[in-house]
Design a protein around this ligand. Structure first.
Ligand code: GLN
Length: 293
């Protein structure tokens, strides 16, 4: 075993090891992984900075660093990611929830509360992955009827566990299927449709960061030749529902907002179509709504 070091020294050594391996966010990676390896929350971690690193954790710690050095995202190593202040479990079967998506939830909740002041719209999240979207909506809107679907049964299992862990397990109905398939089959009337579908152009997959390209599920990334495959398919399937959703919100990639807004316009159901920028100033969401008379 190595000489006794403090937690602080272990963290600094890990950070420079990861930097030498070409990891961009080496300092924060080292901190997150070390907190996880020691089973400490952030404040305990900082408080114990000066204590000796517990040698019995050394082997587990070394294995975690090795995985990060290969390029595996911190979240798949720790198995967790926070979203909208709530803890989510993540596995390689699901995309790691991104911060931009919090803004989509915020918009949908804000507009939805205005449109349904007297209660419960039915929400459908198409391609729910980890369940970040439906779980946070269910937590914030106790009167809403929340449903979610994903083509990956493994993803639905993760989403269900996240609903349970956040106290809304009995509030969300999950389906496994291709986009709106289950809703069309069961003739479900969807009031609010929300989706953060795969939107990377197939030709751009090779140029993605190694962390994303080698570790996140391709099924959650590849949006077809022009990246718009799933917006088109969802808008086509909507025609087979009992009625079009009165509120629809999509997340999208940089440069896609105009094209997706145009697809909504062509579909012809929504009176108001707006583009929302994220905190980095990127046009990130397109939201369509029907005016109630
Ligand atoms: N809806 C999930 C999320 O926003 C998954 C999205 C996806 O896999 N494309 O995190």
């Amino acid at each position: 075993p190595a000489d006794a070091v403090t937690i602080r020294e272990a963290c600094l050594r890990a950070s420079s090891f990861l930097r030498d391996c070409g990891v961009d966010d080496h300092a924060s990676s080292a901190e997150w992984l070390l907190q996880h390896a020691l089973g400490l929350d952030r404040s305990d971690f900082l408080m114990r900075w000066g204590e000796p690193f517990p040698m019995e954790r050394h082997e587990a710690w070394r294995r975690m660093l090795e995985r990060r050095a290969q390029g595996e995202p911190v979240q798949y190593i720790t198995g967790e990611q926070e979203f909208y202040g709530l803890p989510f479990r993540v596995t390689p079967a699901v995309l790691i929830p991104r911060q931009e998506t919090e803004l989509l939830v915020e918009q949908i909740v804000k507009i939805g509360r205005r449109m349904w002041p007297n209660g419960g719209p039915l929400v459908a999240d198409i391609g729910c992955g980890s369940g970040a979207i439906p779980v946070t909506i269910a937590v914030q809107c106790p009167g809403w009827n929340v449903t979610a679907t994903d083509i990956s049964a493994d993803a639905v299992e993760v989403a269900r566990a996240n609903a349970e862990a956040n106290g809304v397990g009995d509030r969300i109905r999950f389906y496994t299927g291709d986009l709106l398939e289950a809703y069309v089959r069961e003739r479900i009337r969807v009031d609010i449709l929300v989706s953060n579908p795969p939107y990377i152009e197939s030709a751009d997959i090779a140029g993605l960061q190694r962390e994303v390209r080698l570790y996140e599920p391709m099924l959650a990334l590849d949006g077809g030749p022009d990246g718009l495959r799933f917006y088109r398919r969802i808008l086509e399937q909507i025609r087979e529902l009992p009625a079009p959703p009165a509120l629809i919100g999509f997340e999208l990639g940089q440069g896609q907002a105009r094209a997706v807004a145009e697809l909504l316009r062509i579909a012809g159901h929504w009176d108001d179509i707006r583009i929302v920028e994220d905190l980095a100033g990127i046009e990130r969401h397109v939201i369509g709504s029907i005016k109630f008379s």
